[in-house]
Design a binder for this molecule. Sequence first.
Ligand SMILES: Cc1ncc(COP(=O)(O)O)c(C=O)c1O
Length: 626
Amino acid sequence: MDEITPDLVARIASRIYNEPTTPNSTSQPSYAQGHGPSYAPGGPHSAATSHGSTSHGHLPQGHDSQGHSSHGFPMSAPPMQPPAMHAPMTPFPPDPSGQMPAMPTQVPTSPDALPNPGEYAPRLPASPGSAGIPGAGSFSGFSFPGLSQGTPSGGPHSSASGGPSYPALPGAPAGSSGLSAFVASVRQSNYGGREHCLANSLIPSLREKLSTGRVIPTSGARALDVPSIREDFPILREKVNGKSLVWFDNAATTQKPQAVIDALSNFYAHDNSNIHRAAHTLAARATDAYEKARQKIQSFLGASNIKEIVYVRGTTEGINLITQTYGRKFLGPGDEVVLSTLEHHANIVPWQMIAKERGAVLRVIPVNDRGEIMMEEYQRILGPRTKVVALTHASNSLGTILPVAEMTQMAKRYNARVLIDGAQSVAHIPVNVQQLGCDFYVFSGHKIFGPTGIGAVFVKEDLHDLMPPWQGGGNMIKNVTFEETSYSDAPGKFEAGTPNIADAVGLGAALDYVNRLGLPNIAAYEHELLAYGTEQLSKINGLRLIGSAREKVGVLSFVLPNKRTEEIGRLLDQEGIAVRSGHHCSQPSLRRFGVESTVRPSLSFYNTKGEIDRLVDAVKRIQRLP
Ligand SMILES: Cc1ncc(COP(=O)(O)O)c(C=O)c1O
C-alpha cells in the first residue's frame, strides 16, 4: 500500500493534468498553505519587464522574418501548444499529432432559441435544414468546460452554522481529511499502472473528461457569419489614428450591438419611469421591461427561480454584496475562504476585508506553469474550516478556464459555499448554475455586450432567508416604523433604492443577441481565433506568452523582451489596435509568472483572423524597434 507521499500526490496530479510527475516541478511561489492570509509570492516580480526605451514614432513598416535574433529573454516559457478553449482537459495519451481538437461543426437548434417574430436578430448564415432562420444552439445534451452534468446530490439540509449543507460525495467520507480522502479514492480506483484506471470514485464529470480526453460538445457548432455580425456593431466602423479600429480589449469591456443601443434609446424615448411604485402606464411598462430582463438573466444562467437573480452594478459590487451579507454573518475566527491564484482583485480584496473584520483567513490555491489550477493542492487546502470557496470561472489575465463544476463538488464535501466570478466566462462559456452547483454566480453586463453599470448575482434560493439585507432604503422593505423595519423577500431585499432600470433592459437585449448567435457557436469560433492567435504570436522571436492552459478563453497575454508593456500598448494604438497593457487587476496571477504586467489582446466573436494578422505584424515591427 502506498504511503501518502508528495510523490504519490504528484503522480495523481500528473494523471489529472497529464504533466511530468516530478514533485515540485513547477516553480511555485512560496504560498503558505497554513492558516494565515497566504499570498506572499516570492519570485522576482519584474524580471521580464526591463524598461528598455522604444521609439515614440510610427512603427516601421514591413514584416519580420522568422529567425530574427533572440534577445536572450531570460523568462522564456516552454514551447507553446495551441490552447484549447474546449480542449481536452486530460487526453490519455496526449494527441501525438499535437493538433487542435476538432471543433464541432453543427449545433442542434431548439425552437425555444428562435427569435420572436419582429425582434431584432443578429445574423447567422443559413445552413441546410435551418430554413435560413437565425438560431441559437440548444445547450441540452452538451458537456461544456466547467459545466457538470450532475447537480449536487440530495437537497440541502441544515448545518450547525445555520446554512444548508450537502451530503458527502462518494469517496469523501465525512470528517476525513481532504488529502486522505483524495488519495483513498485514487487507491480505490486501482491506480498504479493502467492509463485509464484513475479515479472511479472521482467526480463523474471529471472522470469523463479524464477518460475521454474531451469536454467538447459531441455535436457541432454552426459557423458564424462574422462580416454580417460586425455590421451589428457600429463602433467597429470607427477609425482610430486613421486606421480601422481593431477591438482586442474585450476582457476589459465588450462593444455593444445596435440591438442594445436601440433598447436603451427606446426605453428612454418611450417607457422611462421609476418602477414598482406607481399605478400609471409608463411605470407598468418600465417595471415590465425591468422584470422581463431579470427573467432573461434567470434563463441565461439556468437559475430555477427568478427570485435568485439580484441586480447589481457589476461583478465587483456583486462580490461585495456577498462578502458584506453572507460573509459578515457566517464567517468567524479561524474560518477559511479559499481563492485561487488567478483571481481578479474584485474577488480578492472584498474577501480580504471581511476576513480581517471577522478573523477569518484566506487560503490560496496555486497554479502550475501553464496557469492551471493544481487540483491536488486544492484538495489539500479544503477542510472542515473551509466556509467559502470563491473562484473565477475564467482568468482575465491568463485566460485559464477553471474546472469550476468539479471544484464546486469538491467544496461541497465540506459544506462550503461556492461563489463563481463569471465576469470572463459569461460571454464565452455556456453556464448553468444548477449544473455547476454553486451558491453564487456573479457577472457584469458590460462584459457580455450589455451596458456598463448593470450586472447580476445569482443567489441560491435556500440562502435568501439566511442572508441579511445589504444596503437599507426604499424598495427593500415590507414595512417601516421608527422602531423597526421588516424587509422584502429576495431579490428586493438586496436591491435598495431606484435601480439601473434602462441598463437592465439593455442587458436583456444583449442576452437576446448572444442567445441568437448561440454560445456554442461563439465558443467554437473564438476557439479557432485563439488557436490561430497563439500560433502566430508564438512564432515571434522572444515573445513570451503567459498562460498556456489547455482550457482557455480568448486571452493572449504576452511580454516582449526589453519593451515596456505600456509602450507596446501605445504603439499598437497608433495602428488602431486596442489592447490592454498593465496588471489587469490581477497582480498575484502575473507575479506567479514573474511579471508585473503584460500586453493582453482579448478576443470576441466579432474579431477576425485578419485582425490577428494586423496585430502580429505590428508586434513584429515593435519588436524590431531599438
Ligand atoms: C475575472 C473578473 N472579475 C471581476 C471583474 C470586475 O468586473 P467589474 O469591473 O465589471 O465589476 C473583472 C473585470 O475585468 C474580471 O475580469
